[in-house]
Design a protein. Structure first.
Length: 321
């Protein structure tokens, strides 16, 4: 073999080697931490049976992680001298929750296999276990994400969707992250769970000229969300799913068809635009919704992971080692 061919072959092997290694895989911890998945599942189940809403909060935490510099657990970092925590960004402040549960899972996993399982993977597993624990689908979680060494508050402010966004803006925000309009509608279906604060839906329930809200529903929500803005009024909670906020089902989509979506960004998915047909389909077919939700969660978990030797495995999720 000539020298030239040898060098060329070595390069091919190198390139192939790196591409094969640097991939998420469901068996990533099978040898290095075989008890990781069951340990995390136990913690998530306990947390959800103590408070059903925690399932919602954990799913949202994974979403808000993945949309900001990829699924790298950057959302879990507290303020430091080097960066500002994403926890203080607009879409997160006084809103995202579930950090204690992730910390607990991390502590238990660290006891068994110190320094092996990333916080980013724990978030992905927790979201899956949370879904299943309230009647949602399960799926095989791909693993091997590593943790960031910084937080990205500015990206959290610019890239996370707002409840005020119109349909085109929402579609383009998800498109930027590699998610289709159909993925977006399926993922928004996680608003079948959890709660929202008054300031996020006040405009919608008091907008008397609007013809895309059911009047009875608006009146009902006005009962617990006063028109006057004040710190205590602004944080009053209402369920995102009017009917069954503690179980994962397709009532969220049925609500939208009756103009009973809570957030402006919910109702905009069914308001004469291009996503109406997907909402209609999910409202009629819960099985399709659940299987599309699972696929979309896997896709979301694929957003820009740190792989191979990029990033670190944090020992504590809230700080850099
Ligand atoms: C389409 C764009 C989206 C917008 C504008 C949006 C906005 C919001 C807002 C404003 C809240 C209430 C927060 C509060 O009042 O404190 C919320 C809650 C929630 N969001 Fe979204 N969201 C979107 C998509 C998603 C996606 C893709 C997921 C998950 C895959 C998700 C999961 C949740 C969950 C589970 C809750 C309830 C959290 C809890 O009760 O702790 N959302 N969302
Ligand atoms: C983190 O820093 C921000 C300023 O960027 C501040 O508003 C926030 O209160 C701090 N949070 C904590 C928990 O110290
Ligand atoms: C809508 O009507 C209510 C009375 O039902 C009134 O108090 C409120 O100011 C109106 N809101 C707007 C935004 O006009």
């Amino acid at each position: 073999m000539s020298m030239g061919v040898q060098v060329w072959l070595m390069l091919v092997v190198l390139v192939l080697g790196t591409t094969c290694e640097a991939q998420l895989s469901s068996t990533f911890y099978d040898n290095t931490c075989p008890t990781a998945l069951s340990t995390i599942r136990t913690i998530i189940r306990k947390a959800v049976s103590k408070e059903r809403r925690m399932a919602a909060s954990l799913i949202r935490l994974h979403f808000h992680d993945c949309f900001v510099h990829g699924c790298d657990a950057s959302i879990l970092l507290d303020n430091s001298s080097d960066f500002k925590s994403e926890k203080t960004a607009g879409p997160n402040v006084n809103s995202v929750r579930g950090f204690n549960v992730i910390d607990q899972a991390k502590t238990e996993v660290e006891k068994k296999c110190p320094g092996v399982v990333s916080c980013a993977d724990i978030l992905a597993i927790a979201a899956r276990d949370a879904s299943f624990s309230v009647g949602g689908p399960s799926w095989t979680v791909k693993l091997g994400r590593r943790d960031s060494v910084s937080a990205y508050k500015d990206i959290a402010n610019s890239d996370l969707p707002s409840f005020r966004d119109n349909l085109q803006v929402l579609i383009s925000r998800f498109d930027t992250k590699g998610l289709s309009p159909r993925d977006m509608v399926a993922l928004s279906g996680s608003h079948t769970l959890g709660q929202a604060q008054c300031f996020t839906f006040r405009d919608r329930i008091y907008n008397n000229n609007s013809n895309n809200i059911d009047v009875g529903f608006a009146t009902k929500r006005q009962g617990t969300c006063p028109l006057a803005s004040s710190p205590s009024n602004d944080e009053k909670l209402a369920p995102l799913d009017l009917v069954t906020p503690n179980s994962f089902d397709n009532n969220y989509f049925k609500n939208l068809i009756q103009k009973k979506g809570l957030l402006p960004s919910d109702q905009v998915l069914y308001n004469g635009g291009s996503t109406d047909n997907v909402v209609l389909e999910y409202s009629k077919n819960p099985t399709t919704f659940k299987s599309d939700f699972a696929s979309a969660m896997i896709k979301m978990g694929d957003i820009e992971p740190l792989l191979g030797s990029a990033g670190i495995v944090r020992k504590i999720c809230s700080a850099i080692n």
